[in-house]
Design a protein. Structure first.
Lengths: 248, 167
């Protein structure tokens, strides 16, 4: 882990893989969207509306995955003081929040024609909304202190506390009766999605992973360069200060 | 013990405590978190008239009738053990059909009839192209409204909770 602790080394590596990652993401979206919109059949009950699944489900997975990563990065920042962990957590939480919002909006648009309502307060939907607020809280805490390190500390604690919500989201549909249906992929008894719909879904899921990775690396790169800029400005100020004192 | 190890244990122990606390709280609120009750639960403990509740189950096959006023639909919601008669005036969701999982919101009136203010359809976790569903039905490996599994999607949580515990 500490091999990439050096921001300079991380930046060099990021610069090298980023073009490939972006190209793969574009390719993935072309293939995935083609399969999702044209290359897959309508559902026996839901008809064409089922195509919302190809965005909704991967977005929801990414929302959970990104939060898990924010939590792990926060833990490694608190425990091992890994120098890149805070940058990673800060880079990831807006990306995760965006995926959460996408999942909430597409789910709502899917709910209206299928369930007959945009929103209900069942356990799955409520716990997922809580995830969105956790992301917002994490982002707000990061900027809430003049001392950046203090903000990172408190945000890391919040992120770790919020990890408790992840199993609640995942198993909410099994623990309580909800309007949301139980899991179709990660469940006992195998996948309950026909293979003609499962592969387009997986293609979209892989693409969403690539997209998230590219977005997070891009943000980490920006945050690191910003930090470098801040340090340089600070150094410049100090230089001017000492020169001014010397000329007096 | 090194400080790093100490911090690691501190984080792990805090998470374990927090997880336990959350579980206890969620357990305590169990009945409040449940989105709907089943007809059996309603039959066992009849809610007071006028109290708004949600009731979930399958639309009993052959129970859907249009009443004489032309706008009210009446149907029974069943969990295969008990059934509750529902009266509803309004637009039914597209997925509403006999054998389908539904959640109805409403209250018992003073004469003991359940009057729904909203009917929501539940869909199950099975996704199939129409031809495959047809073929499955033709070969008899399909039960209407029950999906490919023995437990229908809208069954009360008890059934899925027990299967969850066995996982």
């Amino acid at each position: 882990m500490h091999r990439f602790a050096n921001p300079g080394r991380f930046l060099r590596l990021a610069n090298r893989i980023q073009p490939w990652l972006k190209a793969l993401t574009v390719l993935g979206f072309i293939i995935g969207l083609y399969l999702a919109l044209w290359g897959s059949p309508p559902d026996y009950q839901q008809g064409e509306t089922v195509r919302i699944m190809y965005v909704h489900v991967p977005a929801a997975w990414m929302a959970l995955f990104a939060y898990l990563l924010v939590g792990l990065a926060s833990a490694s920042s608190l425990i091992w003081r890994h120098p890149l962990a805070d940058v990673a957590a800060e880079a990831m939480s807006p990306v995760g929040a965006a995926f959460t919002l996408i999942a909430l909006i597409t789910g709502s648009l899917w709910g209206k024609p299928m369930w007959g309502t945009y929103w209900v307060w069942d356990a799955r939907l409520t716990s997922f909304l809580l995830l969105f607020f956790l992301y917002l809280g994490h982002m707000a805490l990061l900027g809430a202190f003049d001392d950046r390190a203090r903000g990172q500390r408190s945000a890391a604690v919040l992120a770790i506390v919020g990890l408790v919500n992840l199993p609640v989201i995942k198993f909410s549909v099994d623990w309580w009766n909800t309007l949301h249906q139980p899991a179709s992929i990660v469940r006992m008894g195998g996948i309950s999605i026909d293979s003609s719909m499962q592969w387009p879904l997986f293609a979209m899921a892989i693409t969403f992973h690539l997209f998230m990775l590219a977005a997070v690396i891009e943000r980490m790169r920006t945050l690191l360069l910003e930090a470098r800029l801040r340090n340089q400005r600070l150094a410049a100020f100090e230089r001017v200060g000492t020169q001014a004192r010397a000329s007096e | 013990m090194k400080r790093k190890t100490l911090r690691l244990y501190l984080v792990l122990i805090s998470l374990a405590l927090l997880g336990t606390a959350t579980m206890l709280v969620l357990n305590a609120f169990d009945r409040e978190i449940v989105f709907f009750f089943s007809p059996s639960e309603i039959a066992a403990e009849r809610p007071v008239p006028g109290r708004v509740i949600r009731l979930g189950g399958l639309v009993e096959t052959g129970s859907v009738k249009k009443l004489d006023d032309g706008a009210t639909v009446s149907f029974k919601v069943t969990d295969l053990k008990a059934a509750t008669e529902i009266a509803y005036r309004g637009v039914l969701p597209d997925l509403f059909r006999e054998g389908q999982g539904v959640v109805v919101e409403g209250a018992f009136n003073d004469s003991g009839n359940f009057v729904a203010s909203q009917v929501l359809a539940k869909h199950d976790e099975n996704y199939l192209p129409p031809e495959v569903a047809k073929a499955l039905k033709a070969s008899g490996r399909w039960q209407e409204g029950a999906g490919t599994e023995a437990t229908p999607a809208a069954m009360p949580a008890n059934s899925s909770a027990t299967s969850g515990a066995s996982q």
